[in-house]
Design a protein around this ligand. Structure first.
Ligand SMILES: Cc1cc2nc3c(=O)[nH]c(=O)nc-3n(C[C@H](O)[C@H](O)[C@H](O)COP(=O)(O)OP(=O)(O)OC[C@H]3O[C@@H](n4cnc5c(N)ncnc54)[C@H](O)[C@@H]3O)c2cc1C
Length: 297
């Protein structure tokens, strides 16, 4: 019997070896164990149990940056904390929000309450915890610039609080979480009251919908952009080398934006790894640059 079945808590649901295909935006064929946690007491209890039994785990937000494995050896933890919508009913200079809340809910609050600065994450499919862990961002800025405090449970089950400083975030990563740390709430600040933020967000979303495959099954950008004078933008480089639209098994380099890999249906993580390595090799042979994956594989 799996040791995981021994853990019992009223605020934790355990799903034994389930289909995880729809737990990631790329919808790769995937399966594994999943714990869904609905409050902090449950999270502390679960992580303490896993730590005591030396069981490692993965953390799942929206799976918008995580293509999931065909058969995961690690159980996943996913948060689904209750959220009192009253918190986002009036303009404040900062908000304490659960890590499981979706950025789409925050974007709609930004439009309604004129929360200046919150346009930086418009259009990013993510949970707040996943976005903070990745320092998600757009052409308008990064979420790290809005984060004041990060409340998390560490891999032993202890409560921790990180006060954000200038060195807390860099490009698409945080510099303070250790493996197994789980963000359960975040304080996001508002820089100013911005009357026309809804217009700004709506224009930006129109632009994204035109230039990125927002409806396809992807995990966002495949590769990080590279620092340098030439070939620094991964998508542009793949496009210049004539690979845009190329297919491999059930995968396709998006014809809309060459840094997105689309699952045409039924692809697996192994297929993704193979295709990524083919693309990396071809780019390296032509440019001498090894693009580093942005997606978490
Ligand atoms: C169509 C599309 C467009 C995208 N556009 C952008 C973009 O413009 N900019 C951008 O930055 N990204 C973009 N992405 C990628 C993705 O949305 C971001 O990386 C986002 O931050 C992932 O959040 P998530 O909740 O889905 O996290 P997941 O993908 O589930 O997890 C990502 C990482 O965060 C960790 N994590 C998740 N939740 C927590 C938590 N509560 N505590 C601690 N660690 C956690 C996971 O362990 C994993 O390492 C895009 C993705 C798609 C599919």
């Amino acid at each position: 019997m799996s040791k995981l079945l021994e853990f019992k808590h009223p605020n934790v649901n355990f799903f034994n070896q389930i289909d995880l295909t729809n737990y990631s935006t790329m919808r790769l064929k995937a399966s594994g164990d999943l714990f869904e946690v609905t409050n902090l007491d449950g999270l502390i209890g679960l992580v303490s149990f896993l730590s005591h039994n030396k069981i490692k785990y993965g953390i799942l937000g929206w799976g918008a940056n995580q293509p999931l494995p065909f058969k995961s050896e690690l159980p996943f933890i996913k948060l689904d904390f209750e959220f009192d919508r009253e918190v986002l009913s009036s303009f404040e200079s900062s908000y304490l929000l659960p890590g499981s809340i979706s950025l789409a809910v925050l974007t709609s609050a930004a439009c309604r309450l004129k929360l200046g600065g919150w346009e930086v994450f418009s259009g990013i499919p993510a949970s707040l915890g996943g976005a903070v862990a990745m320092n998600a961002g757009t052409g308008l800025g990064e979420i790290g610039q809005l984060v004041q405090e990060v409340h998390y449970v560490d891999s032993s089950g202890a409560l921790k609080l990180h006060h954000v400083s200038d060195s807390s975030f860099s490009y698409r990563k945080n510099n303070f979480l250790q493996e197994g740390d789980i963000i359960y709430q975040v304080v996001l600040k508002v820089s100013h009251l911005q009357a026309d933020i809804d217009k700004k967000i709506s224009e930006y979303l129109k632009y994204r919908n035109k230039t990125q495959p927002m409806r396809a099954a992807t995990c966002g950008c495949m590769f990080k952009n590279h620092n340098g004078e030439i070939y620094c933008r991964a998508g542009e480089t793949i496009d210049i080398l004539g690979m845009k639209g190329r297919t491999y098994k059930n995968l396709r380099i998006s014809p809309v934006h060459a840094n997105f890999l689309e699952n045409l249906g039924g692809a697996t993580l192994d297929d993704v790894k193979e295709f990524i390595s083919i693309i990396q090799d071809e780019v390296f042979k032509s440019t001498g640059i090894l693009f580093e994956p942005e997606i978490k594989i």
